[in-house]
Design a protein around this ligand. Structure first.
Ligand code: TYD
Length: 222
């Protein structure tokens, strides 16, 4: 099942390594779609619901070993069940465009490739627990992990955010995440677009708008 099965609705996810610039891109894309008169909502994972945000605080703070990888997977999935049932499916049923900052692609990348859990199990859990919902289009912002990590660590310090648990892990871990996103895109090219996120914010935003505009006519007639 994909989000586009609902009339006029569309489910977009934005993925990438930490510090790939997702938030700026999402805000810009949402403004662009809204100014074209399309009903758009933005959300994020882990989070997006009150209970999901509580899980986010638990998952993103503390030391790297605060959670066993399996607990981490189950908590990410629990947050996603809340998110899908309470936010994403209702939005799709009412014909909205939903843009999620991360979705199950992040679980395949972080808990699968990064933590070493079985991708087959993660996909099975997604099918059984979440209902096998996949984004119509996933935008992968691709960037060198050292560039992303330094941006992300800088932001955590400037904004005094206690969300640096994954940023505390070494570059080798984050390189596996990057490669997983690229592999997921190669495996399902009709549902992914990879954008080079190393350019200026303006260039990246333009590329994202071009990719989504090219995709819109197939899925959504404004
Ligand atoms: P996010 O706000 O996306 O970080 P950034 O803006 O730095 O990219 O933080 C979410 C973190 O949670 C990120 O490090 C990836 C991680 N994560 C997982 O490990 N698994 C998941 O399923 C999801 C949704 C996120």
């Amino acid at each position: 099942m994909t989000g586009q099965s609902e009339a006029k609705s569309m489910f977009l996810a934005v993925e990438g390594v930490d510090g790939s610039g997702k938030s700026g891109v999402i805000a810009h894309l949402a403004d662009y779609l809204a100014s074209a008169g399309l009903p758009v909502i933005t959300t994020r994972e882990p989070g997006g619901t009150p209970s999901g945000e509580k899980l986010r605080a638990l998952l993103l703070s503390g030391s790297d070993d605060a959670w066993h990888p399996m607990s981490e997977l189950l908590l990410m999935t629990a947050a996603r069940v809340e998110h899908v049932q309470k936010i994403i499916l209702p939005a799709l049923r009412t014909g909205q465009i939903i843009i999620s900052d991360r979705f199950v692609g992040s679980t395949i990348a972080y808990q699968g490739a990064g933590r070493g859990l079985s991708e087959k199990f993660i996909r099975h859990l997604h099918a059984e627990a979440v209902g096998d919902l996949w984004p119509d289009l996933t935008i992968v912002l691709d960037i060198d992990v050292t560039v992303g990590l330094s941006r992300s660590r800088r932001r955590l310090t400037t904004e005094i955010l206690d969300e640096g648990r994954f940023e505390s892990i070494d570059t080798t871990f984050h390189e596996k995440i990057r490669q997983s996103f690229l592999a997921q895109a190669a495996q399902a090219p009709d549902r992914h677009v990879v954008i080079d996120a190393s350019g200026t914010p303006e260039d990246v935003r333009k590329s994202v708008i071009a990719a989504v505009s090219a995709f819109l006519p197939h899925r959504n007639q404004p």
